[in-house]
Design a protein around this ligand. Sequence first.
Ligand code: PLP
Length: 375
Amino acid sequence: MTTASPDLALRPVPRPGVLAIEAYVPGKSGASGTHPVYKLSSNETPLGPSPAAVAALHGTAGGLALYPDGNSTLLREAIATKYGLDPARIVCGAGSDELLSLLAYAYVGPGDEGIYAEHGFLVYRIAILAAGGTPVVAPERDLTADVDAILAAVTPRTRIVFIANPNNPTGTYLPFAEVQRLHAGLPGNVILVLDGAYAEYVRRNDYSAGLDLVLNADNVVMTRTFSKIYGLAALRIGWMVGPAAVVDALNRIRGPFNLSSAGIAAGAAAIDDEAHVAAAAAHNAAWLPRLTDAVTALGLAVTPSVGNFILVHFPDAPGRTAAAADAFLTGRGVITRRVASYGLPNALRVTVGSDAANEAFLAALADFIGSARDA
Ligand SMILES: *Cc1c(COP(=O)(O)O)cnc(C)c1O
């Protein structure tokens, strides 16, 4: 008798594509040392959540033994009221990341292609590969999605196009006219996903998150999140609005209880607290130019951003690189985001933080530049 039959040597093997995925690496959250730690690595809001959302969360504590409402009705109705939408056209997700994955699972399979921009949000690549599809990367111009390049990448196999507008980690955006031009050039069977994770921060007259397009087309969806300006990242709450047929497909494949009771209640309360959102947007609008100008004055290039973060570019010179800056800043308790996995090895993404965090970042960065100059 042999001790191990050939059959026992077989192992489960993931579907093609799964092992091509490099697991998403979140921004670091800690640093060792004595300084206070300022986490500017995940685009979270320094204002935290609305107190009304926290109160609503506490209100759910008595019902933890019960399954949540599988249709997230309270939350969908609150979103529908705010945006003047039909709640039937809204799907909620465990973060918008879940919705991005569900869109890929529903519409992309082996042999199909999904397009995203060169420095686009990495969850798109993961979602396409996990669904068994082939990721297709469209080159950018000036760190901005390029509509002509995306349209040139479309083939008969294309099923989905993901655009973060504004994009993370670049902070750049497409004017709505460009989004409309992109949509007009896509075949009707290709879904255009407009990811508006940072939409509330944008203050540009030529910007739109794209709701009008969603409501007037059969192949456009918009995803939004409570993780950024609403300050509820820990609860995992996202939503999508789209054509009835897309909503129907997602409702078939999503988990039957994909949001927690806590997420449903807190999200619904948060969306009603418009003053809190306005305060977060105002804080960001005040700091975005200040941070950009101060970093530029230190001799570093900053990509113009309309989000709640900036992309800072470092020289490719020993001791002055993004990696060196990251180590130096971390030693000072300022945690930023390396973006080498986005094809930006010489840049750091820095979230607009509290007054104290932003001052600490600027002071530490000035010292880094000074020490690199002396070296
Ligand atoms: C942060 C972010 C999201 C939001 O993800 P959640 O799953 O809702 O927390 C989506 N898209 C982009 C581009 C982001 O930066």
